[in-house]
Ligand binder design. Structure first.
Ligand code: AMP
Ligand code: GLY
Length: 424
């Protein structure tokens, strides 16, 4: 099979690596890819926002399946454009991608289907939002309704902070994404990420992970796209997975199908494990980044066969088995990330770092200049290792990190601390 993978981050490098291992793959293209992905795929300069160009490329190369990594092209309708041209695609339609693209869409679905989630109000008028906040008090959570690249959420510890967050949002702080706000109840508990592969009808549980969103050690400082992750999430027991499937995922699949927007692709549920059971914080309609980088090394199955089955509505016949080891990934970021990452600095030692058994260095924001590897983004490398325990995987990942020579980069030294503490 000939496959086109859309994306250029560490998530897509992990996907490319896993797809490349499939015996049924004959050719892998990545658009635009990155220097790490280039070891697995032919990178092509295609703009995913130009749907006509993507369709033309797929026809020209006789692509059998398009795999879309990031959310933005899905929310923008790339899967619809491909489906309209009879090109098979793994990823949801724009209508189904509203699960990530619109917080109020998801909240309304939860209301209709009785899915446990935080109580909320939706407002496009500041006065009404302020009144709701004063009524409910702090802590309280303010979210821009639309896609805001992970920056639209404020967990406000005081009423004043909450009022200010509403004003920032409605005053255009997040552009069109903030034209309305969702104000919701603060949920207490431990967070976990839960993934399913979906084919419109069936959802196949596809692993668990926990990530670290804050830039600083001890989970402090500004939010980021994620500074590291590990899989499986020890808190997600079999019983909790079953409960999540029954109370959250399956009603979502039914609700989406009923409204004529069946969900195909990766459904990523961000969960809060509260004392009253798992509650949905948010949905994403693609793999997590860096969560994908810890799922792929543990997956025993042929990813391409699974994605194919999802695209064809045949997941009911498939299963997913995982290696027993834990995987842990450490994000190396450019100094200044997330506010202002330094670009163009030289990175050495990546090959030495990646030469161990079950150690992987996935590229996230790199470029080649005159044969030298350079940082070209905020999150730059994902150093991933498997181990018998999270503690073991953590030790092996940091040993690999220490082989990388990049003075202008940094990482958190405590990725996995919660799981390590549990194991200790
Ligand atoms: P998001 O960008 O939606 O992933 O939210 C970022 C982070 O905000 C989440 O990972 C949670 O840690 C936190 N968060 C979001 N909603 C809530 C909530 N209702 N209660 C507590 N924390 C939340
Ligand atoms: N790591 C969080 C995300 O991909 O949304």
């Amino acid at each position: 099979m000939k496959v086109l993978l859309i994306g250029s981050g560490g998530r897509e490098h992990a996907l490319a690596w896993k797809l490349a291992a499939s015996p049924v793959l004959t050719r892998l293209y990545a658009a635009p890819g990155n220097p790490g992905i280039a070891a697995e795929a032919e990178c092509v300069a295609l703009d995913a926002a130009d749907h006509a160009a993507v369709v033309a490329f797929c026809r020209d190369k006789a692509i059998d399946l398009v795999v879309v990594g990031p959310e933005a092209p899905l929310v923008a309708g790339l899967a619809d454009a491909l489906a309209g041209a009879k090109i098979r695609v793994f990823g949801p339609s724009a209508a189904a991608a509203r699960l990530e693209g619109s917080k109020s869409f998801t909240k309304e679905l939860c209301d209709r289907q009785g899915i446990p989630t935080a109580a909320y109000g939706r407002f496009d008028n500041a006065l009404a939002a302020h009144e709701y906040i004063r009524q409910h008090g702090a802590p309280i959570v303010i979210k821009a309704d639309g896609l805001a690249a992970g920056k639209g959420v404020t967990v406000a510890m005081t009423v004043d902070e909450a009022l200010a967050a509403v004003d920032e949002c409605l005053d255009g702080g997040f552009g069109a994404a903030g034209a309305s706000v969702v104000v919701e109840e603060f949920l207490e508990g431990e967070e976990a990420s839960f993934f399913c592969l979906c084919d419109g009808k069936t959802a196949l549980p596809f692993g668990t992970a926990q990530d670290h969103k804050r830039v600083g050690e001890g989970d402090t400082g500004p939010n980021t796209g994620g500074m590291g992750a590990y899989s499986p999430a020890p808190v997600m027991t079999e019983a909790l997975i079953e409960q999540t499937m029954k109370e959250i995922i399956e009603p979502t699949m039914r609700g989406m199908a009923e409204m004529g927007a069946p969900f195909t692709g990766v459904l990523y549920a961000g969960l809060m494990l509260t004392k009253d059971g798992p509650k949905l914080i948010e949905y994403n309609v693609r793999f997590g980044d860096p969560e994908c980088q810890v799922l792929m090394p543990r997956l025993k199955e042929d990813l391409l066969l699974l994605m194919n089955a999802a695209a064809d509505g045949q997941l009911a016949h498939m299963s997913a088995r995982w290696r027993d080891e834990a995987a842990l990934t450490v994000v190396l970021a450019a100094k200044g990330y997330p506010a202002n990452p330094e670009k163009g600095t030289i990175i050495r030692g990546v090959e030495q770092a990646a030469d161990g058994e079950d150690v992987f260095v996935f590229h996230a924001g790199t470029a080649l200049r005159d044969g030298a590897l350079m940082a070209s983004g905020g999150r730059v490398l994902n150093v991933t290792a498997l181990g018998g325990t999270v503690t073991d995987a953590q030790r092996r990942a940091y040993a690999a990190v220490d082989k990388i020579d990049w003075p202008e980069g940094f990482c958190r030294r405590d990725i996995g601390w919660r799981a390590v503490q549990r194991e200790g």
